[in-house]
Design a protein around this ligand. Structure first.
Ligand code: KG4
Ligand code: ZN
Length: 344
């Protein structure tokens, strides 16, 4: 089964080709440079860039896979959640291609795609579903922070999510406050490696809260006040690195402790993580240490698949097709606020 998959929910234009669940190509065109000067994703610009890039990226994926369009047997595309204009470009393009090729179309939930990305591994990348264990999955990106219980493939339930900012948004906003370029997460991660996390302590919001929810807007505000009261920190390279390490440590501490607690509460012995913030070096290290100490199985998404990509969208479509799923109509609409609960 040759499958063509599209992802355009935010600021990555991505097209993948999969053969029987094996990733033959996963082409990604990032819009970071376009949004950099605005310090965040500008929805109108994102839609325009998807429109401009989608067909060249699709051609690149097909060429890399050595596949011609008429060999494609099914088409998948992200239907939601995401930015409406951005989703619309990818969904209509993928439905249009399915129509022209007269092949089935499957609309995919973006978070469901993230949920299975930690199980995509190897070279070539393929679904390691034989290793699957019931797990708690942390989806952590610039737009989302949530904990999901995955009791079996395609069977999941949201345990908690952020009530305000996503963790990646917190990284990016703090980075902006201290003058780092967008997106700030990777840059803050780099500086934090050379800093001492113990010098400046920041609050761990909702850490002792009984729910599985997160909150990161207060942390960002406390950094704002800290800088207002200690502006000289911005002029001192070492103190700036200590500040980065302190902020990163607070974010990672909350993410890891709440994930581990959710796993224990639900009797799950496996933790998975995906989304852009899963690229964070400290998050990866601390999760590895804790899971080793607690004897949990850990599956972290391959860094290439942490940020948005069509390979993970295609993989969910592959799983659905293998389960004789219903196809999605060619005039189905985007669902910008689609929640995982609605999907279940
Ligand atoms: O999954 P993604 O590409 O897009 C969204 O759906 O938002 O994630 C992008 C987010 C940004 O907030 C970016 O700063 C963050 O992931 N990020 C990181 C790192 N690499 C990417 N945050 C912390 N440390 C990193 N190394
Ligand atoms: Zn995403």
């Amino acid at each position: 089964m040759l499958l063509l998959a599209f992802e355009t929910s935010c600021d990555e234009t991505s097209v993948a080709v999969l053969k029987n669940g094996c990733v033959l190509a996963n082409a990604v065109s990032s819009q970071v440079k376009i949004h950099e000067e605005y310090g965040g994703v500008v929805p109108e610009l994102a839609s325009r860039e998807h429109l401009r890039n989608l067909m060249p990226v699709a051609r690149q994926a097909l060429d890399q896979a050595g596949v011609t369009p008429n060999q494609i047997e099914a088409v998948a595309g992200t239907r939601g959640p995401g930015l409406p204009g951005a989703l619309l470009v990818g969904l209509r393009a993928s439905q249009g291609i399915a129509f022209i090729l007269d092949k089935p179309f499957i609309g995919i939930h973006h978070h469901e795609a993230h949920l299975y990305s930690p199980w995509i591994s190897g070279d070539p990348l393929s679904l390691d579903i034989d290793a699957f264990q019931p797990n708690v999955s942390l989806i952590v990106s610039g737009g989302h922070t949530m904990l999901v219980q995955v009791s079996a493939p395609m069977k999941h339930r949201v345990l908690g999510m952020t009530v305000d900012d996503a963790a990646g948004e917190c990284f990016d906003k703090v980075a902006k406050l201290i003058g780092l370029p967008y997106p700030g997460g990777p840059e803050l991660d780099r500086l934090a490696k050379e800093g001492n996390e113990k010098i400046h302590q920041f609050p761990r919001p909702k850490l002792h809260d009984d729910s599985h929810d997160f909150s990161f807007s207060g942390l960002k505000t406390s950094v704002r006040y800290f800088i207002r009261d200690n502006p000289e920190v911005l002029e001192d390279g070492l103190r700036l690195r200590d500040l980065c390490a302190g902020v990163q440590s607070a974010i990672v501490d909350v993410l890891v402790k709440k994930t581990v607690r959710a796993a224990k509460r639900h009797g799950l012995r496996c933790i998975t993580a995906s989304g852009g913030v899963t690229c964070n070096s400290r998050l990866r290290t601390v999760l590895e240490e804790v899971c080793r100490d607690e004897d949990f199985m850990l599956r972290l998404a391959n860094p290439k698949l942490c940020t948005d990509n069509a390979a993970m969208v295609g993989m969910v479509a592959h799983m659905r097709l293998a389960n004789d799923c219903e196809f999605t109509s060619l005039d189905a609409e985007i669902i910008p606020n689609w929640s995982l609960e609605q999907l279940a």
